[in-house]
Design a protein around this ligand. Structure first.
Ligand SMILES: Nc1ncnc2c1ncn2[C@@H]1O[C@H](COP(=O)(O)OP(=O)(O)O)[C@@H](O)[C@H]1O
Ligand code: SF4
Ligand SMILES: [Mg+2]
Length: 319
């Protein structure tokens, strides 16, 4: 359904040109959850914003194409793009407070989305909005529909945000760290809700997170990002059973797990490199426990390994 090919995004900054995304390709089928995972600063949000054509003013797409079924999104005039955004592609963010209009009743915001993107109008749209509030787990939706966002908790605001976004029945939902701002119990509830609605609606879900624990049990596919590139793509069960990239292995070893409780967690030393530099070799070299002579001077390709892909020179010969 969604196909991103060789996407590159650059932003102007005081430190020079930031190459936030450097050749990203991915493919999401209807009804699938595709997780995009990586440490802060690796380019996840820029990917989401580029797909929505909502990059900040100092940023631009310098290469690539995006196909949603038979529509090439990057080539569309902005007027048509406005119909796609919030229509066929919906997006929810980390901070629901900034996405909800504080001076508008929550029901009116959902009704607005319904009237803009479905055939329902007036009382029928309002009834649909109440139904959506119920579906996302807001108690007494008939009453809560007329409240303002400030009356709701963080978790409830995120539920309203989900209702508002899904009410327009998108083919694809992009969720950028949808639960990061919420406490752990509410996080789990919201993720369950997203998974249920994704199945019911048969939509594609691009789930963006820095937290691998969030991905297991949610995703069909996992793409791990590092420094503006995808470095491993695999079906989720294979990825968690046997991660291939050294970074993926280190991340999974560092995941809290009950068997290891009490032991010191394996933290990954070092930080994500700045994306304003020119890279001459593998971007993970300074932090890699498997690095060898070739790594600092040879940029690895994404090598195909039987249904999965890994960007690491260790797999160069196997591809
Ligand atoms: N408004 C901006 N202007 C310039 N550079 C930015 C801006 N926002 C983010 N960046 C840079 O783009 C890169 C990718 O950022 P981002 O996509 O936000 O990462 P993530 O969502 O994975 O944490 C980072 O190097 C970040 O410093
Ligand atoms: S290419 Fe070298 S440095 Fe990069 S991940 Fe593979 S082994 Fe590590
Ligand atoms: Mg982000």
């Amino acid at each position: 359904m969604l196909n991103v090919a060789d996407l590159k995004v650059a932003l102007d900054s005081d430190a020079g040109l930031v190459r936030a995304i450097d050749g990203l390709s991915l493919c999401i089928e209807r009804g699938q959850t595709f997780a995009l995972v990586g440490e802060s600063g690796c380019g996840k949000s820029m990917t989401a914003l580029a797909l929505m054509r909502l990059l900040p003013e100092n940023g631009r797409i310098t290469q690539g194409r995006l196909d949603l079924d038979d529509v090439e999104i990057f080539g569309l005039p902005e007027a048509q793009m406005r119909g796609i955004r919030g229509g066929r592609i919906g997006m929810i963010f980390q901070e629901p407070a900034t996405s909800l209009n504080p001076v508008m009743r929550v029901g009116d915001q959902i009704v607005e989305a319904i009237e803009a993107h479905t055939a329902l109008r007036g009382a029928a749209a309002r009834a649909k909005a109440i139904e959506w509030l119920g579906r996302v787990g807001i108690p007494e939706p008939e009453r809560r529909i007329d409240e303002y966002p400030f009356r709701l908790s963080g978790g409830q605001k995120q539920r309203v945000m989900i209702a508002m976004t899904l009410a327009s029945e998108p083919d694809l939902l992009i969720a950028d760290e949808p639960t990061t701002a919420l406490d752990v119990t509410v996080q789990a509830q919201i993720l369950d809700l997203l998974k249920t609605l994704q199945r019911e609606q048969g939509m594609g879900l691009l789930l963006i997170t820095h937290d691998l624990a969030v991905v297991s049990g949610m995703a069909d596919w996992v793409a791990l990002m590092y420094a503006g590139q995808i470095i491993e793509v695999a079906q989720a069960d294979e990825f968690f059973r046997e991660p291939k990239h050294p970074y993926a292995r280190l991340l999974l070893e560092a995941l809290p797990d009950t068997a290891k409780r009490g032991e010191t967690l394996a933290a990954i030393a070092g930080t994500v490199p700045s994306l304003s530099q020119t890279f001459t070799g593998c971007r993970f070299t300074p932090r890699c426990d498997r690095a060898f002579e070739a790594c600092p001077g040879t940029p690895p390709d994404l090598y195909e390994l039987g249904g999965r892909s890994v960007r690491c020179l260790l797999y160069r010969g196997e591809a």
